[in-house]
Design a protein around this ligand. Sequence first.
Ligand code: ATP
Length: 249
Amino acid sequence: MGDIAADPSHPRYASLLMRHRLEEAAKRGMLAGSAMIAHGRGEAFDYLLGERTTDSARTAAAQALACLVEATHPVLSVNGNVAALAGDEILRLASALGCPVEINIFYRTPERMEALLGFMNERKAALGLDVVVLGDAPNATIPGLKGPRAACHQEGILDSDVILVPLEDGDRCQALVAMGKTVIVIDLNPLSRSAQGATITIVDELSRALNTMLEMVEGGANASDPAYNNNAVLEAGLQAMLQGLNQSA
Ligand code: ATP
């Protein structure tokens, strides 16, 4: 994707870069019509969080990584915003874990799927990574969901025991949890249905959270913590935002 005009020293550089990536992805037909709105909701929460990775987000990221490393069939699910904002990080994480990536979108059309598969395979070749990218031939359905949004690969999402679904919608998150999977979401909104329903919620901006996990995987992941408490992580995320508000009042 092309570079942005903004100077990296600009205080909102990271935010401008992400917006630019979405603009470029929209031109390639990778995004749903509501993609920018979903991103804007995330940006608002990140502003409150101080655009930083909190200690509780780091705890959740460490637990997420540990569960992915310990899984029998881990899989990383990718939608349009995830591919646009952090496609490279997802591919690097999948490569480190030796697991597949599955493109799985809520508003599925053949054109969008083709655009996303083309983009992810392009990035995979550019990075020189040997990662299986699924999504082209779904042969299974997620129980409890209706229509094209239920479609998935048996050898990917259906058979997975631990699944990373960043920026997931609440219905699909609930359906995956109901299948007995360990569901990891990355969501800046600790109050969303996905954040509340997931097994592990990383309340952080997508690319920051993935880079945290990549740094951790390089250093060697710790074992999962049986006492991990996702409600405490959600509460800490919310408190971090409220404290930021109090400080600026
Ligand atoms: P739910 O269906 O789970 O209640 P929602 O309807 O609010 O959630 P969507 O609009 O489907 O959610 O998805 C957007 C979600 O992703 C929001 O919760 C938003 O905070 C979050 N989000 C958007 N961009 C990012 C990002 N870059 N990093 C992390 N989270 C993000």
